[in-house]
Design a protein around this ligand. Sequence first.
Ligand code: C2E
Ligand code: MG
Ligand code: MG
Length: 715
Amino acid sequence: MAPAADMGGDTARRPPRRLIGPLALVVFAAVALSVVVGVVLARQSDLRHQHQQRMSLIGVLDEFRAVLAEFAVRHAKDIAQNYGNTLDARLADRLTPVGTGRYRYDAAYVVGADGRLIAAYPRDAVELPTGIHPLIESVSRSKPVDAASATSARTDFIVIDDRIAVATAAALGSTSGATLVTVATLDPRLADVLERTSGVEALRFDTGPAHGGRDVLSLMNGQGRIVGWMAWPTQSPTVTAATRMAPLLVVVGLCFAGFVALAIRQIRRSSRDLADREAEAIRTAGEDSLTGLPNRRRVLEELDNALAMRSRDGVVAFAFLDLDGFKDVNESLGHQAGDQLLVFVAERLAVATRGAGFLGRLGSDEFALVVRADDALAAVQTAHDAIAAMTHPFWIGGQALQIGLTVGFAHAPRDGASRDDLTRRADLALRVAKRQSRGRATGFEPTMEAELHDRHFVNRELRRTLAEGGLDVHYQPIVAADGQRIVGVEALLRWKHPTRGDIPPATFVPIAEQAGLMPKLGEFVLERALTDALRWKDTFIAVNLSPVQMRDRQIADQVAAIIRDTGIDPARVVLEITEGVLIDNPDDAHRRLEQLRALGVRIALDDFGSGYSSLSYLRRFPIDKLKIDKEFVSSLGRSGNGGVIIQAIIALGRALGLSVLCEGIETEEQRILLRLAGCDEMQGFLFARPGPARIIDRLLNIPDEPRRRRIGIDG
Ligand code: C2E
Ligand code: MG
Ligand code: MG
C-alpha cells in the first residue's frame, strides 16, 4: 500500500535549478558586459588622454622652438645694428646668453657667408657642431637683403654628443651674409618644463628608440630624419584610478557577490518552502485529517488504478466497512470520544489490513478497503481480518467500548469492472448486511439488486395503500394451555396487493420502518385492533409494536389516546415488543415501558429465544409476559436438549412472575410437551391461523362449538 504523500515529492523538493541557472547566467552576463564596456571606455579614455599628452608636448615643444627662433631673430638684429659689416672675434662678447633661464641657449655661433666660424660662445669652441649646415644654408637662401629686415629664423633638431638639441639659425641682416646660430640642448630642465605643462612624468629625451612600456614622440629634423625621441612611461589614468580604487572595488564586488549569493539562497529557500508546501498540499488533499488514512478521493483513485491494472486472472475487491453503533457512542459519550474511537479503529484496521489491502476513510464511521488479490477468497479473508480486529474493546476515557464492524463488498470481475459497479454493489451488500447480518462480511449477490427493486416497489405501493386504506388486520387466537379457551388474540397486519398478492409483514414492516411510515401504520393497527377487540369480551388483544414505535417519545400518548377513543379496558391490551429495543437503548426503553404500563396495559416480550435471549432483561424491565419464539418451539422435537432448555426458560419466566406464552405450535406433541413444561398460553397453527375479524367473531360467539381446541381457521 503506497502512502498517498509519496506522489511527486522528489521532484518538488529538488532545488529550483530552472530558476537559479538563468539567474546566475543573467548576473554573469551583466558582470561580463559591465567589464567589457568598462574596459572599452577606459581604453578610449586612456587613448584620448595619451593623445592630449602628445598634443600638449608637441605644443610646448613648438612654443619652445618659436621662442628660441624669436630670441635668435632679436639677437641677430641687435648684432647687425651694432656691428654692421665689421664682424670679427669680438662679437663673442655679444653671444653670452641672457634672459629667461628656460629659453637660454647653451652655445651660440656667428658663421660667415663662407661658412667660416667668426665668433662663438663658449669662446673655446673652434668648430660648428655637425648637422647644422643644412639649417644655415636654408636660412641664408632666404635671408633678406638689408639689415633692417633680418627677421627670419629657422630651427631644427640636431644631435650633439648623443644629446638632442634645438638649433636655431637667424640671418644677420647685413650684406655680410653671416648667420647667428644658437643651440639649446633638450636637457632635464626642459623636460621638467615639458612635464609640468603636459602632465606626463619621467620624460626623457633619447637618441635611441624607447623600450617597452613607454610612450614616445619622435623628433624629426628638417630633412625628415628622426633624430631622437621623447619618451615617458605609458600612463593609463583609468587603470591608475582603478588600482587606487581597487580596495573599494573589491569591497563593492564582495558585497555584490554576497548579495547575489544571498538572493540565490533566499530564492532556493523560498522555492524549497514552496515545494514543501506543494508536497504537503498534495499529501493532505488525499488524506483524511482525523485518522491520517487516505481519504475518499485517494481510495477511489486507488480503486481506479487497481481496476486498470488488474490482470486477467486477478481479482480487485472493494469493501465498505461500517461501524455498528457508532452513532450511540457519539450521542452518549460526545463527539470527542467518537473522534478518539475513530482514530483507534483506523489504527487497528490499518494493522489488520497492512500489506493486504489499501485502507481509507470515506467519512463519518465508514471506511473502505481496496484489495488486489489472486482470488476472491483472499479478498474476503482481508475483510474478515478487519472485522476480527474489532473483537477486543477500545479503552476511551477509562471506559471499555465494544464496537462491531459490518462489511459489504463486491469484486471484479464477478460483480462488475468499473468503479461505479463495484461501489454501488458493495454499498448494496453493506445495506443488506446492516439489516440482516451485522458484524459480518457480506458479498454482493445478484438477488440483492432484485431485493432493492422490491424495496422501492414496496415503499411506493405501501404509501399508496396506506393512504387509500387498503391494509387489513387479521387476528390469531391465543389459547389457554389446556387448549380449551381462547384467552386472547394477536393482531397481525395484512396487505393484499392487487398484482403481487399477499405481501407478508416481515417484508413490508422493516421497509415501513425505514421509510418513516411506522407511526401511521402503528396507529392504524392499534385503532383497528382495539376497536375490533371491543366486541370480544374476556379476551385480551395483543398488538405488536415495532422498535421504531418504541423509540417514539409520543408512543405512550398515542396508545393512551386510542384507548381513550375506543373506550377499551386497558387491562385487556397487551403490547408486544422485541428484545432489540431493550438492547439498543435500555434507559429509554425502560422509561417508555413504565409510561405504557402506567396506562394499565401489559407488556409482552415477543420472539424470546430468536435473538440474544438475555435472561437479565426479564428481571430488569417491567415485562408481564414472555412469548417464546416459534423457532425455539420447532426445535423441540429435533434437538435432544431443546426440551430441557425450553423447560428451564419457562420455569425461569414463571419464577420471575411472568406469564409464559409459546408461539408457533403446530403439532399436538409440541402442545403436550410445552404444557408439561408449564407454558401458560399457546398460539399456533395447531389452534388457528390468523384470520379476519369476522372469523374471531364467529369463534367467540359460538360457545358450544365442539373441539374448539382445533379450530382449523384458514386465514
Ligand atoms: P409475531 O409477532 O411473532 O407474529 C407471529 C407470527 O407467527 C405471525 O406471522 C404468524 O402468522 C406466525 N405464526 C403463528 N403461528 C404459527 C405457526 O404455528 N407456525 C408458523 N410457522 N408461524 C406461525 P406474520 O403474521 O407473518 O407476522 C410476522 C411478524 O410480522 C410478526 O411476528 C411481527 O413481528 C410482525 N408484524 C405483524 N403484524 C405487525 C404489526 O401490526 N405491527 C408490527 N410492528 N409488527 C407486525
Ligand atoms: Mg407478535
Ligand atoms: Mg413472535
